[in-house]
Ligand binder design. Structure first.
Ligand code: SAM
Length: 466
């Protein structure tokens, strides 16, 4: 394998999944950053294309990315590409023979696959395409069952299923290197999870969040709105120690009503620790506790390598915090309170995010990342509504559409400095740091575009995608 790492001028082609469109490139960038490698996309890179070609990496870097990515399906060492068969042949002919040699010599075994995107080819047409590659100097023998080397012809027929061209828009040929971690989406599906709730985060998105947060082995990761711990499950899979808090006693202690169909009450051992046990990562479990995110219980120090969370929006769970009777000026009409906290009061979304950013600035290590979901009302959204903080640099901001008028945005920020005296008040003095005020009415706006019937249906839609 050592020969692969020393060959010059290699380019790698990643085939990206078409779901989670917006999250894909930030995921690859974060994984490369974790390895201190740059993201250098080759020319012609299009945000929506299923392919991205990367420069300046070693095969080991690419294998590392693929061992973590849930957005990338497969990776290839790119040998040639072009808009037509003739262009592909010219490109392949100019690929250095010393780069090809180690994989084509006598005595080696190989096979060639044909992958088409946005078009299905007949078997006979696939064979024709393979035959057309006979100019390549393969000296080994074909083995369909257990080849040493797998090569792929990848044809891109665009992204519009209603307008599929006869010939591909673009084609690539390369040596297969590794597949990504799409299997995690199935193996960790919430459907088969021991302990779930109404707002359990979908497995794919949880792994994407852990990747955006650059979660790494032996990191300590915290979720202040931990719920049933879906994000802790994903982070522990990548070798991080995990802990969390939630205001809801029943959630933390795995008691109360079950979210499962046909189950009235949660069974014994339905808790976050049992979820980690289910996936073989119980040793990464630190603990969870009942605590109100608006009132920090932590000593002032940089304690966490990453903070990754899905704060309440008030759609499928209440946004609330602890308070005294004195603080409450009017009855809580819209809120559903099912916890052992004796008195609670409304927790406005803008306060949730101000607190979350201040908390992260205080408790993340330098370079540590905060990853969280920000609900937005689409007709009023502009990038300026994303809350900022003097200690946190915005890394990425990716939209997941929920309905015609609402979406949530996956925000990733990185701590760049320790907070100074006035940093936690920045949101009061500078409008750039508290732009989210107008979104306090998100719940009301969420239902506003819907008539009575669809409003009921929309509540049933699982915003976590399962
Ligand atoms: C969207 S859910 C999180 C779901 C979680 N990611 C999961 O996979 O189950 C938000 C959680 O925040 C909790 N919560 C609401 N207000 C809170 C507060 N003031 N402090 C801490 N947790 C709070 C709710 O009880 C709920 O479990």
């Amino acid at each position: 394998m050592a020969t692969c790492f020393t060959r010059p001028c290699l380019k790698y082609l990643l085939h990206l999944a078409q779901d989670h469109l917006e999250f894909r490139i930030p995921e690859i960038k974060a994984l490369l950053a974790l390895r201190a490698k740059p993201f250098n996309a080759c020319e012609n890179f299009k945000e929506k294309s299923p392919f991205v070609c990367l420069d300046g990496l070693s095969e080991e870097d690419v294998r590392w990315v693929m061992a973590r990515s849930v957005c990338a399906k497969s990776a290839f060492e790119l040998w040639g590409h072009g808009r037509t068969c003739a262009e592909l042949q010219t490109s392949l002919s100019s690929y250095p023979s010393e780069n090809m040699g180690p994989f084509m010599h006598k005595g080696s075994t190989y096979k060639i696959n044909v992958y088409t995107f946005n078009k299905t080819l007949l078997f006979a047409d696939r064979i024709k395409k393979i035959d057309a590659l006979e100019f390549l100097p393969f000296e080994g023998s074909v083995s369909l069952k257990s080849p040493e080397h797998i090569f792929c012809l990848l044809e891109d027929y665009g992204t519009d299923p209603n307008n599929i061209p006869e010939h591909p828009d673009y084609m690539y040929f390369g040596r297969w290197i590794a597949d990504g971690q799409r299997e995690l989406i199935r193996s960790h599906s919430v459907k088969n999870r021991h302990f779930i709730g109404n707002t359990s985060m979908d497995a794919g998105l949880s792994f994407i969040m852990a990747n955006h947060a650059k979660v790494h082995e032996n990191h300590l990761v915290f979720d202040p709105f931990v719920g049933t711990g879906s994000l802790l499950v994903a982070c522990s899979h990548f070798g991080a120690y995990v802990c969390g808090t939630d205001i809801d006693y029943n959630t933390i202690h795995g008691k109360g009503r079950s979210s499962r169909k046909n189950h009235m009450w949660r069974g014994p051992d339905e808790n976050i620790r049992a979820n980690l046990r289910q996936y073989g990562t119980e040793r990464m479990y630190v603990d969870v506790m009942v605590s109100d995110a608006s009132k920090s219980v932590w000593r002032k120090a940089a304690l966490f390598d990453a903070i990754i969370t899905d704060p309440p929006y008030g759609i499928r769970e209440s946004t609330r915090r602890t308070g005294s009777h004195k603080d409450i000026t009017k009855p809580l009409d819209v809120m559903y309170v099912e916890s052992h906290v004796p008195v609670s009061q409304a927790y406005h979304l803008s306060d949730i995010f101000t607190d979350l950013l201040n908390f992260s600035a205080e408790h993340l290590v330098i370079g540590g990342r905060l990853v969280y979901w920000l609900p937005v009302y689409r007709p009023e959204y502009c990038d300026e509504v994303v809350p900022l903080h003097p200690c946190l640099r915005l890394i990425s901001n990716c939209e997941q559409t929920l309905s015609s008028h609402t979406s949530r945005r996956l925000i990733t920020m990185e701590k760049i400095k320790d907070p100074e005296e006035l940093d936690s008040l920045a949101h009061l003095s500078d409008p750039r740091f508290s732009p989210y005020q107008g979104h306090n009415a998100f719940r009301q706006k969420y239902f506003s575009g819907l008539n009575k019937k669809s409003s009921k249906e929309d509540i049933k839609v699982d915003i976590n995608g399962e």
